[in-house]
Write a protein that binds this ligand. Structure first.
Ligand SMILES: *Cc1c(COP(=O)(O)O)cnc(C)c1O
Length: 385
């Protein structure tokens, strides 16, 4: 049985939830159970933990799942081979042909592609809408809407949606609210506590935190939904291996510390970019002028490590900045200890070209890492020239 970890603070849960010392050896760290199958004591006689086959359940993965559920304040968590595997299982468990999904306006490109190019083949429709506008979200809901899929902050323009308000819209519509909490992480934001039905993570990003593993997760307190997700995951086999689960769990132990430092460094970067003559606009929910600032301040502990900005001079100038940083590594992904820079229009969000989700061509996105903040600011200033 899981410990009741709810009385512990966040950092204590990150280090201890699901991670008791191994009862047989005393190993302080959860072992990597590199095994596909488990011995049974007679037919049907499963040993402690009820393990039989690692697609269905594996002890290293179970430890990660217990920790993730605790961090998000949910009853259940399931770990997946990637964030997209988690999204696929969530969407297929919650929809049938003829159903409809409301998707946030600058959703992660891969989520948009999953709806636009894959689920559409199975007769599931979607509408994109700016979820920062609650009335627009309500107006986008149809009688056959089953899911409202929300990211906040959004990727890459850092838009903010009011999770509690959207939870009400979903409840009235008889739909589920899914919050992709990848950017905020459970340290900065707790969607289940605000009324969301499901939280999704790409644990590839901040939860793993070291750019060394790909993974995903679904967290919910709804027993029935959890069972459906688990059934589908076991049916399609979208599971992480034990080493991936172990790396993710190790990364998650320091999530709180890292998010504080990511937020500190992002604030310093934003301070340097705002008012810079080569910068047209800075997108960061911590800025008082950001349209979602008040909602973000209400539902987030701090504003996180993602910063986007538009460069004076259009796409060419933006590409030049992305090419000229020395410390910020040019690359996709985010949430690792090292700082990254990318051009969403040509890279992460290329699949949205020509769609309503297209990103302005002069925007570059930063994943601000946990290096020395002075070095990061210096690197950006030299790249801007
Ligand atoms: C990366 C990402 C995903 C997809 O996760 P993968 O682990 O790459 O499959 C989904 N949502 C957001 C916000 C992401 O950043």
């Amino acid at each position: 049985m899981a410990d009741d970890t709810s009385r512990w603070g966040f950092e204590t849960r990150a280090i201890h939830a699901g991670q008791r010392p191994d009862p047989r050896t005393g190993s302080v760290i959860v072992p990597i159970y590199a095994t596909s199958t488990f011995a049974q004591d007679g037919v049907g006689g499963l040993r402690e933990g009820g393990y039989e086959y690692s697609r269905t359940a594996n002890p290293t993965r179970s430890a990660l799942e217990e920790a993730l559920a605790s961090l998000e304040g949910g009853r259940h968590a399931l770990a997946f081979a990637s964030g997209m595997a988690a999204a696929d299982v969530a969407l297929r468990a919650m929809t049938r042909p003829g159903d409809h999904i409301v998707l946030g306006g600058d959703a992660y490109g891969g989520t948009f592609r999953l709806l636009d190019k894959v689920l559409s083949l199975w007769g599931v429709e979607y509408t994109t809408v700016d979820l920062a506008d609650v009335d627009a979200a309500r107006a986008a809901v149809r009688p056959n809407t089953r899911v409202i899929w929300c990211e906040t902050p959004t990727n890459p323009l850092l838009g903010i949606a009011d999770i509690a308000a959207l939870a009400q819209v979903a409840a009235v519509a008889g739909a589920r609210l899914v919050v992709d909490n990848t950017f905020a992480t459970p340290y900065l934001q707790s969607p289940l506590g605000l009324g969301a039905d499901v939280v999704l993570h790409s644990t590839t990003k901040y939860l793993g935190g070291h750019s060394d593993v790909v993974g995903g997760a679904l967290i919910t307190s709804d027993d029935e939904l959890h069972e459906q997700f688990g059934f589908l995951r076991n049916s399609v086999g979208a599971v992480p291996g034990p080493f991936d689960a172990w790396l993710t769990l190790r990364g998650a132990k320091t999530l709180g510390l890292r998010m504080e430092r990511h937020s500190d460094n992002a604030e310093r970067v934003v301070e340097a970019l705002v008012g810079h003559p080569k910068v047209r606009k800075v997108y960061y929910p911590g800025l008082p002028g950001h349209p979602g600032h008040e909602v973000a301040a209400k539902q987030m502990r701090r504003f996180g490590g993602m910063v986007s900005f538009a460069v004076e001079g259009g796409e060419e100038a933006a590409l030049a900045v992305a090419a000229n940083t020395k410390l910020f590594i040019l690359g996709e992904s985010l949430g690792g200890v090292e700082s990254l820079i990318e051009h969403p229009g040509r890279m992460t969000h290329a699949s949205t070209t020509g769609s309503p989700l297209q990103v302005p061509a002069d925007v570059v996105r930063l994943s601000v890492g946990i290096e020395d903040g002075t070095d990061l600011v210096g690197d950006l200033l030299q790249a801007l020239g």
